[in-house]
Design a binder for this molecule. Structure first.
Ligand code: PLP
Length: 401
């Protein structure tokens, strides 16, 4: 008998499990709108041209070796990643007040940041928006933080519950950590306006709340890397401290390369360097040091003006295709006179539409139309194409009629 015979089967991941179910469906019309990965108009995964070019340069460079990276990763990658999110002219960068360490994509960056906070920060409570990306609670709990939520989404307006957000952050204990989606909030597609960000900043700074930005979609929301980093830059411009987790999964299409960065903005260069020494003590026993390939691709692109420009064009094309899918789906529902107000499809931002469909309607669409999505009614607009919009619109129409 196995020493593991008592082990019970764990549940499938609520997001990745959608793909497992999709793969088992033999229907030729099946459609996977669950996972947040970009697809072309032909429904195919996309490797950016600029990434292929960077990889070619790396392959042709015979001096390249496969040695270990340092614990904190590739130094040039870290520097360029900080510039990308904080801005090339950021005083905090110039003053060496930021430590940036290469981590395993966005998830790994969140985890390393959370482990550091659990060990070295006086407040162990982190507030996350309601709802949020499903993995946040698990990442922060396992790192040893206590997770609470703040109101974010208002189902009645399908927009931001700004009043509720201010009330909940206003009554959070002083010093508490607050997880903020830098842009393209997942799953709701609802972001604060710049004026609202400013109010949030003032409130958080007045209460000494510590911002932890999750930036998984820089460039994907608006098509502009700078516009999508505005929220983060506002909080750095005031001279205060914060954390930021960056992912290159979506904006460079490097999902499986697991390349990202954690930055901690500190008051002084001296604090930043001591913080970095402790980040190394978090990372070393966890995975020793990060992988070299993805970080080399990113550094090759970010350091070269031409490749960088090419990247911004390809990134904008992905963002524009997603926005065009929003318009096509909205038009298709209008053409069918589908009951209800669907204007949020166009108003929401980023990879997802939070449709407002409930779990019963989602189950109906999966059963009758072979359309797969998370049970909260979130659909990945990046998984849609002109060819599949009518099928989705038919399904939504049938589900709500
Ligand atoms: N944070 C948010 C809000 C996300 O949506 C995702 C991915 O879906 C991530 C973080 C982490 O992604 P990755 O670890 O693949 O970079």
């Amino acid at each position: 008998d196995s020493v593991f015979s008592h082990v019970v089967r764990g549940p499938e991941d609520p997001i990745l499990g959608v793909t497992v179910a999709y793969n088992k469906d033999p229907s030729p019309n099946k459609l996977n709108l669950g996972v947040g990965a970009y697809r072309t108009e032909e429904g195919k995964p996309l490797v950016l041209n600029v990434v292929r070019k960077a990889e070619q340069l790396l392959v042709n460079d015979r001096s390249r070796i496969k040695e270990y990276l340092p614990i904190v990763g590739l130094a040039e990658f870290n520097k360029l990643s900080a510039k990308l999110i904080f801005g090339a002219d950021s005083p905090a960068i110039r003053e060496n007040r930021i430590t940036t360490v290469q981590c395993l994509s966005g998830t790994g960056s969140l985890r390393v940041g959370a482990e550091f906070l659990a060990k070295h920060y006086h407040q162990r409570t982190i507030y996350i928006p309601l709802p949020t990306w499903g993995n946040h609670t698990k990442v922060f709990n396992l790192a040893g933080l206590s997770v609470k939520s703040y109101r974010y989404y208002d189902p009645a307006t399908r927009g931001l519950n700004f009043q509720g957000l201010l009330e909940d952050l206003g009554s959070a204990p002083s010093g508490a950590i607050v997880l903020l989606h830098a842009c393209a909030h997942n799953p709701t597609g609802v972001d604060p306006t710049l004026d609202q960000w400013e109010r949030i900043r003032q409130l958080m700074r007045s209460k000494g709340l510590l911002p932890f930005f999750d930036s998984a979609y820089q460039g994907f929301a608006s098509g502009s890397l700078d516009a999508d980093a505005q929220s983060v830059r506002m909080f750095v411009a005031d001279g205060g401290e914060c954390l930021a987790a960056q992912s290159y999964a979506k904006n460079m299409g490097l999902y499986g390369e697991r390349v990202g960065a954690l930055s901690i903005v500190c008051k002084t260069a001296d604090v930043a360097s001591r913080v970095e020494s402790q980040l190394k003590l978090v990372i070393r026993p966890m995975y020793s040091n990060p992988p070299i390939h993805g970080a080399s691709i990113v550094a090759t692109i970010l350091r070269d003006r031409n490749l960088y420009n090419e990247w911004t064009i390809e990134l904008k094309a992905m963002a524009d295709r997603i926005i065009s899918m929003r318009h096509q789906l909205s038009d298709a529902l209008r053409a069918r006179s589908t009951p209800g107000d669907w204007s949020h499809i166009i108003k929401q931002i980023g990879m997802f539409t939070f449709t407002g469909l409930n779990s019963k309607q989602v189950a109906f669409m999966t059963k009758e139309y072979h359309i797969y999505m998370t049970s909260d009614g979130r659909i990945s607009m990046a998984g849609l194409s002109s060819k599949t919009v009518p099928h989705l619109a038919d399904a939504i129409h049938a589900a709500v009629s």
